[in-house]
Design a protein around this ligand. Structure first.
Ligand SMILES: Cc1cc2nc3c(=O)[nH]c(=O)nc-3n(C[C@H](O)[C@H](O)[C@H](O)COP(=O)(O)OP(=O)(O)OC[C@H]3O[C@@H](n4cnc5c(N)ncnc54)[C@H](O)[C@@H]3O)c2cc1C
Ligand code: FES
Ligand code: FES
Length: 1370
């Protein structure tokens, strides 16, 4: 117990010494840090294993385990350290990733499992996953259970995002802890776990038996590694003795910005409340933390509600339960489920509904700290629980000083936007949740852009009590009438509402279709969101309200029919039960196949083996360093950027005076301070480091403030006053087309065959336009750099870029220093995907200017929202096409105009468009094709490289055309596409001859892997026949992807190899390790060539002083370039070692002895290797690509017609990647690329302040964090996920006959898009609609739902023109 020496009258310890334990070590918490988070403090304390990915509780990278003593035992829970107030950890044990295992002392089984299963690529998300899993296991163990279930494991990861892996290997890694499969514990499996190669790796629990029939070898995914010993080690971080039984004392911790209180009695809390009008209560801080970080809220007094016993009480009474407002959501969920298990089922229908709603409420980490009271008091119009409280008849109990309690029915509590019936002196004490009666039904509804960890678009709670009464006067017939009803919605108004009109239409009426129809009509008065209301999606939100009521109607009908079959006859039409089908998602199963890798007789071959990522152990243990983790010199300054808040404006005045007066602020720098050239740009020099006269997008850098600390720098940047004069802004492609705003210097197009003749020969000619939204890179590690000036204008940049040379060039030119004085280096980066190639340059240049002037190190790390607003995305595209085709489906001519939204500068947009043009044939040979590129100049942040680099936009445009042709003719799309498939020797529309063409083998392989097209089609159709409101869809998508930079110069690479006398080799090459396993492959190439085990090769950091003039690590080409360069260097060394090798056998020398002997003889054991890809011509020549990579995927989805919610049931991928250097890594790239591609086309919606979204400030990005921008979670990946590598397809044009793999699989994600479209066709057919319809990407639930064309959505689409499509940013 804290023993205060002095107590205030309220019992607060004035000079308390707050403590906590971290990884078993006792720490005194710093005083005066009431506003700090646990994450800040951990990282300041050197525990940088816990990462900052978003700062808003949305990515899970910061997950730690908090343990505390409660009710005589230890409670463990995963929490987001970025939202956990530092003082909330007082008296607790914090376990971070460093605490559970390390490379030197041994990894924890959870860490080992992830490393061995290839579950860590860039590694930035990895510590968070480890800690979520670890916390689950500790929690389960504390409950006395042996193991969690597979479902629990998937559920505990819902709050963790990974952008690299596609989740399957992570799920596989952790699944063994469920101990559901004894095979995972066999000796073989454990051998595999210890890192042995895969030749005969055991199948694991994730492998469905059917899959084993495929040819080839199941790839090891090392899953069993996890289970190496199958149990938790005996040396778990032990809960500290001092904290056992410790009674937390009341705390008052004052500081310059805020005083933190921790009352331990209700009296203390109420007295504080009346003493401080501005007292901010804090539960889990998941709302307050966001306000502090993103809404500039500052609270002078904050009081934790967590230690007030009355707020944590739970009472079970005859009428229901009463739950304290401070109860966490996890505890509430457990309690409701316990009660549901204990009580007769009918009594707890409301509890079961609430527990189900909680399942989809945020991630586990948020639920572990977020409180019931915090959710209610926030009064968010999209709270997931408030509609339930209102509909279920809950009562809120408020308390004020003197313990005066006032009760307010939940239905009367919410008064307006974030306004409630609670006086400033009151607080929420508890909530009474009633039981339901025998004929009372309750149900929850929620539709969000993404199912896992997402805020609702619309949610609802519904309850009805039916009574059996005579239906009408004088009638003998009994009917079930509505005796009482509650229907409440969130997300349709500024507050949660009761649907009064609909309720009135239901009350007293029989529970039948006529009553429902009347209620649906009445509902249109209750819920009437305008299309452009804040939040947008008006039509969709309105239709969801109707869908939910309809689903509830069916749900109650089915329940009543089951309970009262004699008296209740719902007469639901066939297939209608599907409207109320409960959501079910079995655990993910994955299978991966690749062929046997030829091994040397002596086992020395290191190429072709499934080595795991070289840094995996460091990544899983949190020891891997990223830019933000590098220890700083003591005089380092922190930079924060002053950016434009206008999309297009003249800069009238920039006044930094107020900023410079702030404590800690050291300086402000802008264009006038640039010592060298203020102009930068990778192709055109059309960008300013600092804006001078005009700003052309929101987020453009105007200046930079440097300060002693990061918070001081951020405060300084906010204090800089900028005056603007607005200029007209163009945001979308349509804006640019209307204004004629293009980058005129770009004029590339491609043409083959005779278009005119082709159109003349066509039986049909169709035209259309497809819109493709942008995509945020969402690398887990935000952009950042450290600029370290050394003597005489020398600089070292520690950088998170994937293009070190470009950064060296532009920082040097900004500073006016020669390139040889500036080194850019990095150990690894936390994902890049193209986003850190050029759009990080200006950040480095701007941070370098104060470093130059002050001669002090400067560190700049972007917050997630800044990064998303400032650094550009995948280019949104519009593809307008005109296609001519014959009546049997042969395309005779295709014309396309591709428009990209390039943004406010040229950046790489021309190269992106070139690649789009060259991929606009997908895998199809068209006799005549013309495609013209147009780069739109707009006022959004310049768009840039992103995996696929324009290729996917071209590929999907072609695929869309083929889909349209087949639908127009009513033919199977396979039959229409098949005759067009490229064959060996065909010539593409850009003049390249197809060599080693694997289009058809991949196409057929995917069908075979899927179990046959016809069989699957029939099964899908049979399902659709039986289900009116759920539809399945099936699609096959092929791909071909060209490998080489279209700028010929970039097709070169260098490497430096040193051999040391102990027989080890140090390799440096020009590529950046960003998760793709490049270093691992390079080590394999070097080891193979030198004839040493891979463990003898180390890859040092990438650095421009070791390997100069490197090309960006992009275009999937790095293994090809650097692999050949490494090979070249090793061969030079081998050549010099030849005489020693000749003697080695005879003398029994090891490689070390050989190297030593050579050294003694003064032989150079170091070599620089170089490679330039031969023959490539760049855009316009006959060989723009070195070769193509091919693949195909079959995907099946299931769509909820009433909401647009869907699941990816199964995907079968077949890819040709030559002879893989490391099959496991290649499979990781395929799975990750597929999921990222699926995310782009089906999930990830960018929303800009444009004409489509007038409720967003012009030019601002609304979706600039994980809260609003949804990348796939583990719940979105195919439930059955099969990947197969084509066998015996060596590629003569790349190192060790391999092929590039990073980008090619991305487009295969479009199989999910087309499968969804297929499902919508089935829904439309059921609604009597036929023929083609437009579906833009991303195919969000909104677009899917509104395309289904049924009678429930129809009223909300009345008056829309033919071909209307939901508004989107593009
Ligand atoms: C990543 C993320 C995901 C989320 N997902 C969801 C979701 O899916 N669904 C959803 O509905 N919400 C979601 N939220 C919102 C939030 O997590 C919940 O509203 C949560 O329940 C808030 O509880 P808290 O204890 O963290 O609130 P806090 O942030 O601690 O407090 C919120 C507000 O309530 C006040 N308050 C707290 N306790 C009391 C009390 N006893 N009496 C009076 N006032 C009180 C505080 O002063 C503050 O104004 C999410 C938030 C985040 C960050
Ligand atoms: S950094 Fe905490 S959840 Fe993203
Ligand atoms: S490995 Fe998960 S984000 Fe990179």
């Amino acid at each position: 117990m804290v023993r205060p020496s002095r107590l205030s009258p309220l019992g607060f310890a004035d000079d308390a010494k707050p403590i906590c334990y971290v990884n078993g070590k006792r720490y005194s918490l710093p005083l005066g840090r009431g506003e700090a988070t646990l994450l800040q403090w951990l990282r300041e304390s050197g525990l940088t294993g816990t990462k900052l990915g978003c700062g808003e509780g949305g990515c899970g990278a910061c997950t730690v385990m908090l343990s505390h003593w409660e009710a005589g035992g230890v409670q463990h829970r995963a929490v987001n350290a970025c939202l956990c107030p530092l003082y909330a950890a007082e008296g607790m044990h914090v376990v971070t990733v460093e605490g559970i295992g390390s490379v030197r002392d041994g990894l924890h089984p959870v860490q080992a499992a992830l490393a061995n299963s290839h579950g860590s690529q860039c590694g930035f998300c990895t510590p968070g996953f480890v800690m979520s899993m670890y916390s689950l296991l500790r929690g389960v163990a504390a409950e006395g259970r042996e193991a969690p279930s597979e479902e629990e494991i998937e559920e505990c990861l819902a709050g963790n995002l990974c952008r690299c892996t596609g989740y399957r290997p992570i799920l596989d890694a952790f699944k063994v802890f469920a101990k559901a499969d004894a095979a995972a514990y066999t000796a073989d499996a454990i051998a595999a776990a210890r890192g042995m190669a895969a030749a005969t790796a055991a199948e694991n629990s994730s492998t469905p038996p059917a899959a084993a029939a495929g040819n080839g070898t199941p790839a090891t995914n090392g899953t069993a590694a996890a289970a190496a010993n199958g149990k938790m080690p005996s040396s778990e971080p032990i809960f500290p003795k001092e904290l056992k039984g410790r009674r937390p004392a009341a705390l008052r911790l004052s500081g310059p910005h805020c005083t933190w209180y921790r009352p331990t009695t209700l009296e203390q809390l109420l007295t504080l409340k009346s003493a401080h009008n501005d007292l901010k209560l804090v539960g889990g801080n998941s709302e307050v933390g966001i306000e502090l970080k993103f809404k500039d809220a500052g609270y002078r007094h904050m009081a934790a509600v967590t230690h007030v016993p009355e707020l944590s009480q739970i009472k079970v009474t005859d009428r229901g339960i009463e739950v304290g407002a401070g109860v966490t959501l996890t505890r509430l969920q457990d309690l409701l489920l316990q009660q549901a298990a204990k009580q007769p089922p009918h009594k707890t229908r409301g509890f079961a509904a609430t527990a189900e709603q909680l399942r989809w409420f945020a991630g586990r980490q948020i639920r572990n700290t977020g409180t019931l009271g915090g959710n209610i008091a926030t009064a968010s119009p999209i709270s997931d629980l408030n509609p339930l409280w209102m509909a279920f008849g809950a009562v809120f109990r408020l308390v004020s000083q003197g313990r005066r309690v006032r009760e307010v029915p939940a239905s009367k509590f919410f008064l307006g936007y974030r306004q409630v019936d609670m006086a400033p002196w009151e607080l929420l004490l508890s909530v009474r949740i009633p039981f339901t009666g025998p004929t009372e039904f309750a149900k929850e509804f929620k539709q969000a852009p993404r199912r896992d960890d997402d805020i609702a678009i619309v949610n609802a709670g519904m309850r009805v009590r039916l009574e059996q009464r005579p239906a009408a006067e004088g009638s003998e017939e009994q009917a079930w009438l509505v005796a009482d009803v509650g229907v409440a919605y969130g997300g349709v108004a500024p507050k949660t509402i009761m649907a009064e009109k609909a309720m009135a239409a239901l009350k007293g009426k029989p529970w039948c279709r006529e009553t429902l129809d009347a209620a649906l009509v009445a509902l249109r008065e209750d819920v009437n969101v305008a299309p452009t209301a804040p939040g947008g999606r008006g039509e969709y939100r309105n239709s969801l309200a109707a869908s939910f009521l309809f689903k509830f109607y069916v749900h109650v009908c089915l329940a009543m029919e089951a309970a009262h079959p004699d008296s209740f006859k719902p007469q639901l039409p066939a297939g209608y039960a599907s409207a109320a089908a409960p959501y079910h998602r079995p655990p993910v199963r994955g299978v991966q196949f690749h062929h046997e890798v030829p091994q040397a007789a002596d086992g020395s071959a290191e190429v072709g083996k499934d080595y795991r990522h070289m840094s995996a152990d460091l990544q899983v243990s949190g020891q891997a360093q990223y830019t933000d983790d590098v220890p700083l010199p003591p005089n380092t300054l922190h930079a924060a950027f002053v950016t434009s808040s206008k999309p297009h404006a003249k800069l009238l005045k920039v006044d930094a005076a107020a900023a410079l007066r702030l404590p800690g602020v050291v300086g402000f720098y802008s264009a006038k301070d640039v010592p060298g050239d203020n102009m930068i740009g990778p192709i055109m020099h059309d960008e300013e480091v600092f804006a001078t006269d005009t700003v052309t997008c929101v987020g453009q850098v105007i200046g930079v403030v440097v300060a002693d600390t990061e918070p001081a720098a951020r405060r300084g940047a906010k204090a800089v006053k900028v005056d603007y004069e607005d200029l007209p802004a163009l945001i979308s492609i349509d804006d640019a087309i209307a204004a004629g705003s293009f980058y005129e210097q770009y004029g590339n197009s491609l043409e083959t065959g005779n278009l005119e003749a082709g159109f003349a020969a066509a039986d049909h000619v169709l035209e259309g336009t497809l819109k493709l939204g942008g995509q945020e890179h969402f690398y887990l590690e935000p952009n950042g750099c450290i600029v370290l000036p050394t003597e005489d204008d020398e600089y070292t940049l520690i950088s998170s870029t994937q293009a070190p040379t470009k950064h060296q060039i532009y920082v040097a030119s900004t500073l006016g220093v020669p390139m040889h004085k500036l080194v850019c280096k990095m150990k690894r980066i936390g994902g890049g995907f193209g986003g850190k190639e050029t759009r990080s340059i200006f950040i480095h240049c701007a941070a370098a200017v104060p470093a130059y002037h002050l001669r002090r190190p400067v560190k700049a790390i972007l917050d997630r929202d800044e990064d998303m607003q400032m650094t550009g995305t995948r280019h949104p595209f519009q593809a307008s096409y005109k296609v001519g085709f014959t009546k049997d489906g042969r395309v005779t001519a295709l014309h396309m105009d591709l428009y990209s939204n390039a943004g406010n500068s040229w950046d790489l947009s021309s190269a992106v468009m070139d690649r789009a043009l060259m991929h606009s044939d997908c895998v199809y040979k068209f006799p005549a094709q013309r495609v013209v590129g147009h780069m739109c100049r707009t006022n959004i942040a310049s768009n840039t490289a992103f995996r696929g680099f324009g290729g996917p936009q071209g590929l999907i445009a072609a695929e869309m055309v083929m889909e349209r042709v087949s639908r127009h003719l009513g033919k199977c799309s396979l039959l229409v596409r098949q005759p067009h498939l490229y064959k060996e020797g065909d010539v593409t529309h850009f003049g390249m001859v197809m060599e080693g063409c694997q289009v058809i083998p991949c196409w057929e392989g995917a069908i075979e892997s899927a179990g046959g097209w016809q069989q699957r089609r029939e099964a899908v159709d049979a399902f659709n026949q039986k289900h009116r409101w759920r539809k399945r869809g099936l699609a096959l998508t092929p791909t071909k992807f060209g490998i080489a930079f279209t700028k010929v110069t970039y097709n070169q690479g260098g490497a430096l190899v040193h051999v040391y006398t102990d027989g080890t080799a140090l390799v440096t090459h020009g590529g950046v390790e960003m998760g793709q396993g490049l270093h691992t492959k390079m080590a394999q190439v070097a080891a193979h060539e030198l004839g040493v085990p891979v463990s003898k090769v180390f890859i040092a950091e990438t650095s421009t002083d070791k390997v100069p003039n490197s090309s960006p690590t992009a275009g999937s080409a790095s293994t090809d370039l650097y692999g050949m360069a490494v090979l070249d260097a090793c061969r030079q060394i081998n050549e010099r070692l030849k005489p020693y090798r000749a003697q080695a056998a005879e003398k029994g020398w090891s490689f070390a002895q050989m190297a030593t002997q050579a050294y003694m003889d003064r032989v150079d054991l170091s070599a620089h290797g170089f490679y330039a890809t031969p023959e490539v011509t760049g855009f316009g020549g006959p060989r723009p690509f070195n070769y193509f990579v091919f693949g195909a995927a079959v995907s099946e989805v299931e769509l909820d017609v009433l909401t647009g919610d869907w699941q990816l049931l199964r995907s079968d991928i077949v890819m040709d990647v030559g002879n893989p250097i490391n099959p496991a890594i290649d499979i990781g790239q395929i799975e990750g690329g597929f999921v990222q591609g699926m995310g782009w086309l089906c999930l990830e919606e960018m929303v800009w302040g444009d004409n489509a979204h007038p409720w967003v400030r012009p030019g601002h990005l609304f979706t600039k964090g994980p809260g609003t921008y949804k990348i796939p979670t583990a719940n979105d990946v195919p439930i059955d996920f099969r990947v197969k590598l084509l066998t015996n397809t060596p590629n003569p044009r790349a190192v060790h006959s391999s092929k590039a793999v990073g980008e090619p699989p991305f487009h295969l994600g479009s199989s999910a898009f087309f499968a969804l479209k297929d499902a919508v066709y089935a829904a439309r057919a059921a609604a009597g609609l036929s023929g083609w319809f437009q579906l833009d990407a991303p195919a969000t639930p909104e677009k899917l739902r509104l395309a289904c064309g049924d009678e429930l959505a129809a009223p909300y689409l009345e008056g829309k023109e033919e071909g209307w499509r939901p508004l989107m940013s593009c």
